[in-house]
Design a protein around this ligand. Structure first.
Ligand code: GDP
Ligand code: MG
Length: 194
């Protein structure tokens, strides 16, 4: 495994950092709470501005969760705040990440629009693998996926996966899609040398 985003732990396993980013109210906190084996440490605060109507609290600094894959691999999930006035946190949370999930509420056009700017910032910040997860995406027509691809100007090999942030298996499949990308990225230079 690449050394970027991976740290040897005291007991010999590897810990990797994965970031969950995306627009306000895309379902990032929900996704991390669904999959984390520890109680997610969220720093939520009451919303006092115009976004109040959509939900009562929002993530200001980050969410933090953990998943043990096996003795040798532990994933740490960091959820970013979705509002741009907290975008100074993105770089801090993105430091040393192995890859990231860009989560979008696929039922809302403004969620996709906000995702454009977030993705631009992340792409500039780190050239690590990412997947796009479409939350509330059940029954979405393939056309929608194509639309997401063109709006976000995604490369062909960037996965766009449906996601139900409240469903453990669904969240697992999003994480797996990301891990496969990471492995592909590691294998590609090796294959080129072979
Ligand atoms: N039905 C449904 N509701 C969801 C899902 N994901 C999130 N929500 C709801 O959408 C709202 C925003 O989710 P939250 O995780 O706080 O979004 P965040 O701002 O990206 O962290 C909350 O009220 C969630 O209960 C989902 O997959 N399905
Ligand atoms: Mg949140």
């Amino acid at each position: 495994m690449s050394t970027r985003g991976a740290n040897r732990r005291k007991h010999g396993g590897t810990a990797v950092k994965i970031v969950v980013t995306g627009p306000f109210s895309a379902g990032k906190t929900t996704l991390i709470r669904t999959i984390s084996e520890i109680t997610v440490l969220s720093t939520e605060t009451d919303i006092t501005d115009a976004t109040r109507s959509r939900k009562a609290e929002t993530t200001v600094a980050m969410d933090f969760g953990r998943i043990t894959i096996d003795r040798d691999l532990v994933l740490y999930l960091f959820g970013t705040p979705g509002q741009e006035r907290f975008d100074f946190m993105w770089e801090i949370l993105g430091e040393g990440m192995l890859g990231y999930i860009l989560l979008i509420d696929a039922t809302r056009e403004d969620s996709l629009e906000q995702a454009v700017g977030i993705l631009a910032a992340f792409r500039k910040m780190a050239r690590v693998p990412f997947v796009v997860a479409l939350n509330h995406a059940d029954g979405l027509e393939p056309l929608e996926e194509e639309r997401v691809r063109s709006v976000l100007e995604l490369a062909e090999d960037t996965p766009v996966v449906p996601c139900d942030a409240t469903d453990r298996e669904s969240v697992k499949s999003v994480l797996l899609a990301l891990l496969y990308c990471v492995v592909d990225r590691i294998d590609a230079p090796a294959a080129a040398r072979a």
